[in-house]
Design a protein around this ligand. Structure first.
Ligand code: FAD
Length: 362
């Protein structure tokens, strides 16, 4: 079931890969572990080249296409699409580097899926901001830096050749590094069980005196290594909308047998279409002065919709939906992810306000 805009944007090859991702997604949690086949499907579709310039061997597509693709991909398989976003976050940081030789080497390999890169930068943005000591220290030495500490979160690290990560020097300046995962002293911790998305293989990495040479430097030393190359984009909202779309389709399927569910399906669907249209407008005017604020509003509304849609699907599915193996049950668990993933203070505050608001009339 694809809307008209989506049909016009993508070819049949994209749709066949989407179908395959959806099929594989159904048993992802049962199989467990790194979703090799799903990730291979993503690579085979050519999508991984969309985010890399042509001169590095990529096949760049406009944001209008990639954002709508993110929605469709997330509706088909949230786990694999989330992995793609983390890989693309690494790609975007590599592409924004002034280290031309490193950029060229990594970008070519990434364009051809010869390597997999991920990102471990949350300790510079949203994670552990209340701790006094830097989570990851970068001590300069004659050949580069000695890294000591931890990368608290990194997705797909067991499959990764490179982790784009940041360390803090004793003088407070930051460095952003393309860290090869095979260096001595890098210890990938066993992945902890998560509420959902376990197959993203997200875990922490400890670094015990890891020697990294200066040829792996992407940005810095400077005050805020993440200032350059930040997409500040709408990807998180696009994924939330995709997950909501999956739940709404579930309700629509139930409504075919039970017309009493039709108004719910229609309400949620209209909410979804309106947010998709906001997203499309924002992408077509990325330099609009109020765009930052609008992006945040879109994220708040997308978060609210993905949670409501999943709960509505569970409600409509009744007790059967409560089985761990039911897709509605999984959708409810996956929807919670948007409450914690890359969640700025204002988005968190909006969610807390929504949860604490008494809206039921007694
Ligand atoms: C499934 C998943 C995948 C992820 N993948 C990646 C990835 O690939 N790359 C990446 O960079 N990031 C990733 N993240 C990280 C994510 O983007 C956020 O940075 C992260 O969820 C922030 O949570 P935190 O527990 O680290 O926050 P923290 O702020 O460190 O909070 C942890 C705990 O510290 C305490 N605390 C918090 N604030 C305070 C305070 N002010 N005072 C005292 N105590 C406090 C609380 O008890 C809290 O529970 C991922 C997260 C998840 C859940």
């Amino acid at each position: 079931m694809n809307d008209l805009a989506t049909d016009n944007l993508f070819d049949t090859d994209f749709h066949s890969h989407l179908t395959r991702l959806r099929e594989l997604s159904a048993s992802l949690e049962v199989r467990g572990g790194w979703p090799e086949e799903s990730w291979q499907t993503m690579c085979d579709s050519g999508i991984t080249a969309w985010f890399i310039p042509e001169h590095f061997g990529g096949n760049p597509q406009p944001a209008q296409v990639t954002s709508i693709a993110y929605i469709e991909l997330a509706a088909a398989c949230l786990t694999t699409t989330f992995i793609l976003t983390q890989r693309n976050a690494a790609v975007s940081r590599i592409l924004s580097s002034d280290n031309e030789s490193l950029k060229s080497e990594l970008a070519h390999k990434l364009a051809h899926n010869d390597i997999f890169a991920t990102v471990g930068i949350s300790h510079l943005t949203t994670s552990r901001q209340h701790t006094k000591d830097p989570v990851l220290k970068a001590i300069p030495n004659e050949s580069g830096w000695l890294l000591q500490g931890e990368i608290p979160w990194t997705t797909g690290v067991e499959a990764a050749d490179i982790i784009v990560t940041g360390g803090i020097q004793p003088d407070g300046q930051q460095v952003l590094i393309a860290l090869p995962t095979n260096l001595p002293g890098i210890n990938i911790q066993p992945a902890p069980r998560l509420l959902a998305l376990n197959e993203s293989c997200t875990t922490s990495v400890t670094l015990d005196d890891v020697r990294v040479t200066s040829d792996m430097l992407l940005v810095g030393p400077c005050e805020n290594v993440l200032a350059a190359g930040s997409t500040g984009g709408v990807t998180t909202s696009a994924l939330a909308l995709g997950a909501a779309q999956n739940s709404i389709r579930g309700i629509q399927t139930e409504a075919e047998k039970r017309p009493d569910l039709t108004p719910t399906a229609m309400e949620l669907s209209s909410d979804l279409e309106s947010l998709k249209s906001t997203l499309r407008q924002m992408i077509s005017a990325p330099e609009h002065p109020t765009n930052g604020e609008e992006r945040e509003t879109l994220r708040k509304k997308s978060n609210s919709l993905v949670l409501r849609a999943a709960q509505a699907w569970l409600t409509a599915s009744k007790g059967a939906g409560f089985l761990e193996t039911h897709p509605a049950s999984r959708a409810v668990r996956e929807a919670q992810f948007f409450l914690v993933w890359s969640c700025p203070q204002n988005v968190m505050a909006a969610a807390l306000a929504e949860f604490s608001c008494v809206s039921i009339t007694r």
